[in-house]
Design a protein around this ligand. Structure first.
Ligand code: GLU
Length: 285
C-alpha cells in the first residue's frame, strides 16, 4: 500500500491561531505515525484578503511551531486554469448555471419569506439557500442581465447534480464509519464568480486529488461541506480520500476561535514569550 498523504490547507486571510496550530500538528503527527507524507497547501483564491504578508507570516508561524512539510508548497492562486478545467467538465455535464441575483435581492427575498409562516431554508452554515433567478426576475430581466456586463456567480444545479451522482453518496469518517452524504442541504452552491474563477469547494476537491491526498484531517466546521466534496468528486471522477473531522479549539466563552481574535493568535502568544513546547502542551500533544 502507498503511504498515507496528509495535508494542512490554511487560508492566509488573517493570522493563524491555536485552532490552526492544533490542526497542523495533528496532521503532522498522523503523517509521522503512519510513515506518511505531510503537505502544506495555501488556499489563497481570495487574492484580495490573502495578502503576501499574511502568507509570509503564516509560514513563519508554522516553522516556529516546528513543522516540516514537503516542497514545493501548492498555492491555489497559481492554479486557476486547473480549476477552470474542472469547471469546464461540470459545464459540459450541464450542471452549472449563471446565477444572476445580487446579494441585496437574495436578502430581501429571504426576509420576506422569513416573515411569512414558512421561513426560508438555511444551509448547514446558516446561510440561506439560493432561491433561483426565476423567483425574482422575469424572463426579460434575466435575458437583459445575461447580455449585460453585470456580475454573476456560476452555481451548481444541485437537483441535476445529485441525480447524476446517484443516491449512494457517502464518505468514510474515521471512528464513525460510513456517513450518508447530503449535498442537497447546501442548495445550489457557488463554483466560481465573474471575478473569481473558482470556489473553496471546487478547488479543494481538485487539489486533494491532484496532490494525492489520502487522508483529509480537518476541523469539524467542515464536516457538512464533505457532502458537497463527495458530490463533486463523484461528478469529476476523482478518488475518495478518508475523512476525519477533529474537535475545534474553543475560546473561554465556548465560541470557535476567529482569525481576528488577538489573544489566541500564534504571533501574539509568541510575542508574549510562549514557546512552541507550551503550545503543544496546551493543546494536549
Ligand atoms: N482553507 C480552509 C480553511 O482555512 C480549510 C480547507 C480544508 O481543510 O479542507 O478553513
Amino acid at each position: 500500500m502507498n503511504s498515507p498523504v496528509y495535508r494542512f490547507a490554511p487560508s492566509p486571510n488573517g493570522h493563524l491561531h491555536l485552532g490552526h496550530a492544533y490542526s497542523a500538528i495533528l496532521n503532522d503527527e498522523a503523517a509521522k505515525q503512519t510513515s506518511g507524507r505531510f503537505m502544506l497547501r495555501i488556499e489563497d483564491i481570495d487574492t484580495i484578503r490573502c495578502t503576501p504578508q499574511l502568507q509570509e507570516d503564516m509560514l513563519e508561524d508554522l516553522k516556529w511551531l516546528g513543522l516540516h512539510w514537503e516542497t514545493p508548497v501548492r498555492r491555489q492562486s497559481e492554479h486557476f486554469s486547473e480549476y477552470g478545467k474542472a469547471l469546464g467538465k461540470l459545464e459540459a455535464m450541464g450542471v452549472v448555471y449563471k446565477a444572476l441575483l445580487t446579494r441585496a435581492q437574495i436578502k430581501r427575498f429571504v426576509a420576506q419569506q422569513d416573515a411569512s409562516n414558512a421561513p426560508w431554508q438555511r444551509d448547514p452554515d446558516g446561510a440561506p439557500l439560493y432561491p433561483g433567478d426565476n423567483r425574482i426576475l422575469s424572463e426579460q430581466e434575466q435575458q437583459a442581465l445575461q447580455d449585460s456586463d453585470a456580475s454573476y456567480a456560476l452555481r451548481l444545479n444541485m437537483a441535476k447534480a445529485t441525480r447524476l451522482a446517484g443516491p449512494a453518496l457517502s464518505w468514510n469518517e474515521a471512528h464513525h464509519g460510513k456517513i450518508q452524504a447530503d449535498p442537497a442541504a447546501w442548495g445550489d452552491v457557488v463554483l466560481a464568480r465573474k471575478d473569481t474563477p473558482t470556489s473553496y469547494h471546487l478547488s479543494v476537491v481538485v487539489d486533494d486529488a491532484l496532490q494525492g491526498i489520502t487522508h483529509v484531517l480537518r476541523g469539524k466546521d467542515l464536516y457538512h461541506a464533505t457532502s458537497v466534496h463527495r458530490l463533486l468528486q463523484t461528478l469529476l471522477d476523482l478518488p475518495e480520500p478518508h475523512y476525519e473531522h477533529h474537535d475545534l479549539i474553543l475560546d473561554k466563552t465556548g465560541r470557535k476561535l476567529a482569525k481576528s481574535a488577538k489573544d489566541t493568535s500564534l504571533r501574539e502568544l509568541r510575542t508574549n514569550g510562549v514557546t512552541p513546547e507550551q503550545i503543544r502542551e496546551k493543546l494536549a500533544f
